[in-house]
Design a binder for this molecule. Sequence first.
Ligand SMILES: Cc1cc2nc3c(=O)[nH]c(=O)nc-3n(C[C@H](O)[C@H](O)[C@H](O)COP(=O)(O)O)c2cc1C
Length: 343
Amino acid sequence: MRIGDVVVDPPLVLGPMAGTTNRVYRLLCRRGGAGLVYSEMVSINAIVHDSDRTLRMLRTFEGERPVSIQLFGSEPEIMADAVSAVEEAGADIIDINMGCSVSKVRRNDAGVALMGRPERAAAVTAAAASVSAVPVTVKIRAGLVAGDDGYVALARRLRDAGAAAVAIHARTASAGFGGWADWRHIARLVEALDVPVIGNGDVAGPADAPRMMRETGCAAVMIARGAWGRPWVFGQAAAAVRGEPIPPDPSPAQRLGIALLHAQMLARDCEERIAIHEMRAQMHHYVRGLPNARSFRGRVNRVSTLDDLRRLVESHVADLSAEDEADGAVCEGTTCRRGRNET
Ligand SMILES: Cc1cc2nc3c(=O)[nH]c(=O)nc-3n(C[C@H](O)[C@H](O)[C@H](O)COP(=O)(O)O)c2cc1C
């Protein structure tokens, strides 16, 4: 897939997630095989007010490129002012959030509120596209409520305003994250637009990616929650899209090693205290499906330094290896008694 001059290969995209897709996790996902990574949403008002915290959110690593920085806001002039700061930060693409329904965003007429104001949505898109040297894209939902198919006309209008691609989370705004994404909305958008459509919603594992492409004709697949604690999922999905066998998940020890690397990189990138706080949630994801995950999660919640976390991970890996050996001994008999996975 190409978005303007930006080549996205493989056509697998890490979706924006507040609290997760900082530059460290984006780099891990690029290394894990993603073709494009999105930042979490960043407020244009905070950018133009030079908020330190916000400017830190704009930082990128060279190795994660191509990277899309996602913005939210509803004032065309402020959007135009924010663009240069985002370009300077190294964005290859600027995305405008029109799908977020959390109240602090919606209250400011931004996020999904823009879908209810097509005129304003087009003005915000045009404001960014007219000053941006990099492609501008939008991320929308499949309408505000069930049966509202205005998203198709809106997407056409945004394209006319300068959007170089459209990502669609195939749920309505009122559905939040409930029920299932209805991929037919993605297919409808593909039919209606002559710019790339990125399909999103409920790609839970690698095999779902080629299925979404087949069923909808989308140019690329965006994975958000399915990449939690699994930066390698993109390489697996890329193999599936190429029609090759899906590589196995890394071993439990390798998974925990990647989790620890994630923590170390984050601790170098921000304050250790903040990194550990963020990593607690991420560690919960990394151990999903591993033996003794529940007790690990209980202990990780009490960790307060990187050293504590390293010791915890090392002792968990040692426990897992000891169990493997014990299970191996049992398996040498006639019956294998493994299968104590917790989720
Ligand atoms: C914790 C969390 C944070 C999110 N933050 C953003 C965000 O900043 N911007 C955005 O456009 N979507 C955001 N999303 C929505 C995801 O990008 C995606 O559209 C949604 O989770 C559906 O895709 P999935 O089924 O692959 O998770 C967020 C979702 C979650 C779960």
